[in-house]
Write a protein that binds this ligand. Sequence first.
Ligand code: SF4
Ligand code: MG
Length: 326
Amino acid sequence: NNLVKYFPINGGILGKQIAKVHAVDDVTFTLEKGKTLGLVGESGCGKSTLGRTILRLIEPTSGSIIFEGKDITNISQKDLRPLRKEFQIVFQDPFASLNPRMSIKEILSEPFEIHNLYKNKNERLDKIVSLLKEVGLSPESIDRYPHEFSGGQRQRIGIARALSLNPKIIICDEPVSALDVSIQSQILNLMMDLRDKYKLSYIFIAHDLSVIEHISDNVAVMYLGKIVEYTSSENLYKNPLHPYTQALISSIPRHNIVEKRERQVLQGDIPSPINPPSGCRFHTRCPFAKEICTNEVPNLKNLGTTENPHHVSCHFSKEIKDKKIN
Ligand code: SF4
Ligand code: MG
């Protein structure tokens, strides 16, 4: 709820704070059990920081994180320890996230050592073998090292490691971005099967909307630290209302063909989060921007219904919805 993360920038001869990076700025969303929230935006928009803040790997500046009704924002690292099992992360680059000097057996044993589980050697081995099977790897590979596997296989190991402690939430930080397109869908399918089998909840981070279309139940689109659109996957892909989301979706080829959308190319780069643009942060790139956009920050408003919410932050979202603006 209202999560904020600023990083101070110190400088000058006194090393005082001279500026701050607005990495995550007033973000609110709900993750339901067994569901996937897609979190999308260009690199630098704060999505990884948001993921790490939820895991309390980074301390939030303000706002709160509620897990199963319990406010975990300020609980001590000691009280957080038992909860650590419930939250896991799968990283973008499976090669960088696996220790090259450890065998698969050692990599998958590590979480058990940390949490004092499966102390009996045979039990531990059985558990590791079942994890490998669960992610589609042969148990014979147990003594091999990360470099002996392909990118997709390494990501399967990363997933097995995340699964090992029976978590409730997995933050998937661009887990397929480094993989070939042909391998991406295999990994996505595996992740969807595991989610449904174990009622896992995912926060699935991606930099483009094409990857998360089939895995997400809800999607939050982020721009420069803020959520600009947040709704069900169905609403978002069929009827995107924020100009930024519209541009992102228009670059997915199959959507252009089905919806006969014109491709909108975003002009310029994402501005710096150190001095984000005034008013609507998207105004420097928005094709609809008017004067009010540079002066007033738009709020996230529900343009849908209570049962089927569709949150958008744009001064002209109503006009865009009614197609009265172009
Ligand atoms: Fe564009 Fe203005 Fe809407 Fe921002 S508020 S998205 S600049 S029209
Ligand atoms: Mg990132």
